[in-house]
Design a protein around this ligand. Structure first.
Ligand code: ASP
Ligand code: MG
Length: 427
């Protein structure tokens, strides 16, 4: 067969039970009937990964990272074999492969490994035999024996990592298309579960998608978007439940002409830490942030106020799930440097406006802050990048903030240029 080579990825909710697996197999069979050669990457069924993590947590507080990866990888083994069997039952030749069998090698960081290389010889051989190749997502095998470990150990790619498996395979196979099937229709101007007027986008550029993903839009793993961008893989995000056009993530040729705000992102996994009356002297920032980095805690926004009387308040955000650990790490630091104390707020959220070219237009920041003010939303912290402005607000104000911003930037209205410029779609 010499049809187009397509990589498809199905997420956990699309595979949550046997009926859905049969449904997915039906979709795969239809795509194959059009003559396509198919590589199908799967996530674990439903909440399997969370359940496996809870099981491990019930056994021990500190599961060995190597054993944890061995455990988590089984979730994707299950779904890959079941999808393969469902295809057999429909008369479609298929074979399931682990990440390692598919030739995916990674570095040694268990739980958040990065792909080092993809050598898809076996995948190609199976395609040549006429098989649909089902690859267990989210995993690989480590190369190298640095830090005393063994090459060949099973690694996992971080939560949501099956997206990254799919994009990496598409890049290395030179696939004609990479389709991410999920439980929403595509990428929206805001989370459609929160904002009634949210509108699906036909196309979004890599850079904007990367910011959306980084700032909390959970449709795709950040690393997958990065890999797609680096390798120029055009990615289509679409629903596994309905036959509807999705959203293309690609180099957006119209980026310069667009309405500059393209979408809103929000994140509830945020907590704010404030260190009070920290002595104002060199080395203090290091003594706060180095121990957090050593503990693997990501610090995001940082605000240091103007000092008074040799002391200053220092605020920053950490992932909410990491707050208890951050407090533990910081308590001795605060005491040692003679700060007045530490306060924390686990009920904040981040809201971002995102659009390439935002930095060329100073009016956008003022419009965002004005809109939040009119909606009675207090801004606690602000940060910006070239294509984004983010505010930390009280979590309770999240929905009114999103609604107000969506309206103020007229995101419910399609870009007029999309109507004029008929964008070529993949496939
Ligand atoms: N099953 C893994 C997770 O839940 C990987 C994935 O879904 O992509 O994070
Ligand atoms: Mg998942």
């Amino acid at each position: 067969m010499n049809g187009p080579l397509v990589v498809q990825k199905f997420g956990g909710s699309s595979l949550a039970e046997a009926g859905r697996i049969r449904h997915v197999a039906g979709r795969i069979a239809r795509a194959r009937a059009t003559g396509a050669q198919l590589v199908v990457v799967v996530s674990a069924m439903g909440d399997t990964t969370d359940e496996l993590l809870s099981l491990a947590a019930a056994i021990t507080d500190e599961p060995d990272p190597r054993e944890l990866d061995m455990l988590l990888a089984t979730g994707e083994h299950q779904s890959a074999t079941l999808v393969s069997m469902a295809l057999h039952a429909q008369g479609v030749p298929a074979i399931s492969l682990t990440g390692a069998q598919a030739g995916i090698t990674t570095d040694a960081s268990h739980g958040r490994a990065r792909i080092a290389n993809v050598e898809p010889r076996r995948v190609r051989a199976e395609l040549d035999k006429g098989n649909v190749v089902i690859v267990a997502g989210f995993q690989g095998q480590r190369i190298g024996s640095d830090e005393g470990g063994q090459p060949g150990e099973t690694t996992t790619l971080g939560r949501g990592g099956s997206d990254t498996t799919a994009v990496a395979l598409a890049a290395s196979l030179g696939a004609d298309r990479c389709q991410i099937f999920t439980d929403v229709r595509g990428i929206y101007t805001a989370d459609p579960r929160l904002v009634d007027d949210a509108r699906q986008l036909d196309v979004i550029g890599y850079e904007e998608m990367l910011e959306l993903a980084q700032q909390g839009a959970q449709v795709m793993q950040v690393r997958a978007v990065e890999l797609g961008w680096i390798n120029g893989v055009e990615i289509e995000v679409l629903s596994s439940f309905e036959d509807a056009p999705g959203t293309l993530i690609r180099e957006d040729p119209l980026v310069e002409q667009r309405n500059k705000v393209r979408g809103l992102a929000h994140d509830r996994n945020v907590a704010k830490v404030t260190l009070l009356a920290v002595p104002d002297r060199p080395g203090i920032a290091r003594s706060v942030f180095a121990p957090l980095a050593d503990a693997g805690i990501n610090v995001d926004m940082i605000v240091q106020n103007v000092g008074h009387d040799g002391a200053t308040d220092l605020s920053f955000t950490v992932p909410r799930v990491e707050l208890p650990r951050a407090e533990k790490v910081l308590a001795p630091v605060v005491a040692e440097m003679g700060a007045r104390g530490m306060t924390t707020d686990p009920t904040v959220a981040k809201v971002s406006i995102i659009g390439a070219g935002l930095h060329n237009a100073p009016g956008y920041a003022a419009r965002m802050f004005g809109t939040l003010a009119d909606a009675g939303v207090n801004i606690e912290m602000i940060s910006t990048s070239e294509v984004r402005i983010t505010c930390v607000i009280e979590e309770a104000s999240l929905k009114p903030a999103l609604d107000a911003l969506h309206g103020a930037f007229e995101l419910e209205r399609p870009d007029p240029i999309d109507a004029d410029a008929a964008l070529p779609r993949a496939g």
